[in-house]
Structures are given as structure tokens and as C-alpha cells.
Write a protein that binds this ligand. Structure first.
Ligand code: 1HE
Length: 264
């Protein structure tokens, strides 16, 4: 049963709750879900205001496109200092997604471009519908990514592909994005929300400490030197397995009350 989430957001965003899942919808389809400052601040508010009991977030976009990225009509006459602050605003908001309270599943369709792709890259699981396509039009607009794209996208698709996208305006299709690891699920048109909700529901059912470890420890360990990484992994693993939730789940398996691992 869907119900409202009591978080005050700008009209460009809509939030609701379905059980343990908080759903955030980019709701400015008339402008192809382009992000003005108000929207970026609203995204930050949403991810910092999630109530207890929410186990995962589902992020999706209204209309034909996920997002056209930065609202270009707001670029105006920013000077260098204001430009740095503007990018910092995006970094802060998207950081609250990647390193927030709970995992985020993003459902992508239509144009996922510029800042829209940067937003998608901040999520933990990405589902593409076949209509999705990816581009970094910053190159042709005379600007540069500013929403963390230089940090997150090379880790997903490699420096070479991002360089190509920015220099040549190349776009990638949903199928190509899936093949290169940008998304990990590819579904038919109109099936993204249901798939995203199914995944978010599974994620929300995990032990909270496991989700914490995957969100907070894994990306940091992956960037560490191997010796430090093994050490941090050992610590995280020990913390997770000492938790009551782990003990309960292991007992359920050993008493044959938990499901086996099966092919999906
Ligand atoms: C916009 C924006 C926008 C649409 N800012 N207003 N992003 C871009 O360079 C992508 C620019 N947008 C497009 O290429 C196309 O709009 C789409 C491929 C996404 C969709 O095409 P279409 O035919 O469905 O829509 P449209 O007719 O182009 O746009 C509908 C309206 O949305 C129209 O306004 P209207 O008043 O004439 O109805 C467009 O002007 C408006 N619109 N996209 C402002 N982006 C932190 S740094 C991040 C840097 C970036 O993200 S750069 C990438 C910018």
C-alpha cells in the first residue's frame, strides 16, 4: 500500500512510501527532469530525512526520460567561486545517496544524460529499461561534469569510455550500458519500476549491518592498498558476524529453515 512520506520537497520531486521502501520520483517531466538548484537541495533533504524503518530507496523519473541533467537555464553568469560552490552542492547531495542510510536502486529510462547520469552513478544498483541511453553532453555545451561524474563514472565504465563520451558526444544504448557494467539489470520498457521495487524489497530484507558494510566499507576497501583492505575486510566481517541478526540467520540456515541459493 503506497502512502506519503512526510518530507517537504520541491514540486520537482515526489516521495512516497511502500512499506520499507521509500520512493523518490523526479517529477519535472515538462523539463525532462532537469535539475535546478532547488531540486538538488530537495534530493539532499530527501536522503537526509528518511525515517526509521526505511530499508531501501527506489529512485525513478516521470515522463519519457530519467533526466536531462543540469538545468541549463540556470547556468547564468556564475563566476569561478560560485561555480565551485555549485558543484559542491551536487557533491554533497549525491554523497548523501552513495554514503547515506540505506541502499538506493535507480530505474533508468530514456535520456540519462549529464547530471542525470551522475545521479544514477551515485546509486547502488541500476536497472535500465530498453529505452535508456547515456550521454555526457557537457563536452558540447562548453562545460564539464560537476556532480561527481569524474570520480564515479570511471570506476563504472573506465576513463577511456568517459573520455570518449565527453570528447565526441558518443551515446551508449541501454544494451551497451548493460554490457559495460553501467547497469546490472536490463528489462523491457515499462518493467523497470516493478523490477526496481522487487530488488529494493530484497535489499530492505537484508541484515542492516550487511547493507551498511556493502555501502560504506566495500567502496572504501576497493580503493585501499591490498594489505589495508584485507585488514579492514577482516574487521568489517567480524563486526557483521558478531551481530545478533547474523547469528539468527545462520541458525535458520543450519536448522534448514532458510532458503537455499538458487539460480535466478
Ligand atoms: C531543458 C533541459 C536542460 C530539456 N536544461 N531545460 N543536458 C543536456 O545537454 C541535455 C539537453 N536536453 C536534451 O538534449 C533533450 O531535451 C532531451 C534529449 C533530454 C529530451 O528531448 P525531448 O525532445 O524529449 O525534449 P525537449 O523538447 O528538448 O525539451 C522539453 C523542454 O525541456 C524544453 O523546454 P520548453 O520550455 O521549450 O518546453 C527544453 O528546453 C527543456 N529542457 N533539457 C533546461 N538540461 C553538475 S554539472 C552537470 C552538467 C550537465 O548535466 S550538462 C548536460 C545538460
Amino acid at each position: 500500500m503506497a502512502n506519503r512520506l512526510d518530507i517537504t520537497l520541491p514540486a520537482s520531486l515526489a516521495a512516497e512510501r511502500q512499506g520499507a521502501i521509500a520512493i523518490l520520483r523526479l517529477a519535472r517531466p515538462g523539463k525532462r527532469n532537469a535539475f535546478n538548484d532547488e531540486t538538488i537541495l530537495g534530493i539532499e533533504t530527501f536522503f537526509t530525512s528518511l525515517p526509521d524503518g526505511i530499508g531501501a530507496v527506489l529512485l525513478h523519473g516521470e515522463g519519457e526520460h530519467f533526466s536531462a541533467g543540469l538545468d541549463l537555464s540556470e547556468l547564468k553568469e556564475r563566476d569561478v567561486t560560485q561555480g565551485i560552490a555549485h558543484s559542491g552542492l551536487w557533491h554533497r547531495a549525491f554523497g548523501k545517496i552513495q554514503f547515506g542510510k540505506v541502499p538506493v536502486v535507480a530505474v533508468l529510462h530514456g535520456a540519462v544524460v549529464g547530471g542525470g547520469l551522475e545521479l544514477a552513478a551515485s546509486a547502488h544498483v541500476r536497472v535500465a529499461e530498453r529505452s535508456a541511453y547515456y550521454a555526457l553532453p557537457e563536452g558540447s555545451r562548453g562545460i564539464y561534469v560537476g556532480g561527481g561524474g569524474s570520480v564515479r563514472l570511471p570506476r563504472l565504465i573506465g576513463v577511456a569510455r568517459m573520455t570518449d563520451m565527453m570528447l565526441t558526444g558518443r551515446t551508449y544504448s541501454a544494451e551497451e550500458g548493460q554490457a559495460m557494467g553501467l547497469t546490472t539489470y536490463l528489462v523491457e520498457q515499462g518493467r523497470g519500476f516493478a523490477k526496481g521495487l522487487e530488488l529494493a524489497t530484497h535489499i530492505a530484507g537484508n541484515a542492516p549491518l550487511t547493507n551498511f558494510a556493502v555501502m560504506q566499507a566495500l567502496p572504501r576497501i576497493a580503493e585501499m592498498d591490498p594489505a589495508g583492505g584485507y585488514e579492514m575486510e577482516a574487521l568489517m566481517s567480524a563486526i557483521a558476524q558478531a551481530d545478533g541478526e547474523a547469528k539468527k540467520r545462520l541458525k535458520e540456515f543450519l536448522e534448514k529453515r532458510a532458503p537455499k541459493v538458487t539460480r535466478s
